[in-house]
Design a protein around this ligand. Sequence first.
Ligand code: UDP
Length: 367
Amino acid sequence: MHYFDIVVVGAGLAGSTAARVVAEKGKKVLVVEQHRHIAGHCHDAKNEAGITIHTYGPHIFHTNNKKVWDFVQQFSDFNCYQHHVLSYAEGRFIPFPIHVDTINEIFGTHIPASEVSNFLAEQVQSSKFTNPPRTFRDAIVAQVGEKLYELFFENYTRKQWGRDPSLLSAEVAARIPVRANRDGRYFSDPYQGIPSRGYTAMVQAMLEHPNISVLLGANWFELKNGLNAPLTIFTGELDKFFDFKHGKLEYRSLKLVLKTFNKEHYQSASVINYPNDYDWTRITEYKYFLDEQSPHTTVCFEYPKPEGEPYYIVMTKENIARREHYMREVETLEKTGRWLFLGRLAEYKYYNMDQVIAAALQKVGTI
Ligand code: UDP
């Protein structure tokens, strides 16, 4: 067995960023990945129609962190894709997130952007919620009132998380902006785009370094006793690492159903949300992301489910409290200098891609 300074568990964005940073500092790194591919949940690949499919559902890169943007640019060019979403409500496709056009569509008004704040304040005033808001429901109602909440958020959230929105943390609501202006983009970060050759190629470039070795299809839990590296960076599920000693943390999963059609386009936006109708939450038409030209198109229907590949952490009181028990153990281990926990699964945090990279750069930067 070769000698490695550092073992990284997981070849997703957290693990690959960490591996690259330490490899550049001269450390010999072994990355152990249980799947037979790199790039974790941002893995993508072209299908038989020549369209790049995100294996684990749509990933759109956006950040306001210049350090993160500069970091990823080293490994890939990005196109200038700006994400726009429609929401299917009341039998129509409405621009989402909520901004001036959404309001005028729903209420049949013609108010200018300058009146949106007042309009929403009136909606909020006639609504019931607890202030300051502690739950997902109240956090949304406090911004847009009950009518818009019920139309766009309540049922989508029930489908996505399989529970009442009042049982979810207000933090989840902070992901979705409400805008008193004309900006209809899903994200307003200054840096946005999709890696021109895909996420897998970007992560491949990150891992291409003489100090990095990658072992695919390997279960670290089975190998760990034979790998005595001075430092292990773990990016897998937090509760599993500790053999579930404080109980199981919930991770929400998805069933993804892909369909290819013999026509140029299936829908008029890359992503359409379905808050109230059907069992899926959203449909993604992948060719929009890289503006791929093809007489065919492939779309992906997302059906949330409780078990399976862990996609999302679930921000309920119980899970957040349980996380605290695990994080105390993590702190103790990290203090020894022999362990680091990184990423959405290992920190049990609803990170976006850029936040994962930022956390990796920050935590690993001092090694
Ligand atoms: N959400 C909603 N309606 C929508 C879009 C999002 O109620 O049309 C809520 C839902 O609870 C969702 C959360 O906002 O889980 C975060 O949405 P985001 O688009 O960030 O979800 P992700 O892309 O992480 O699945």
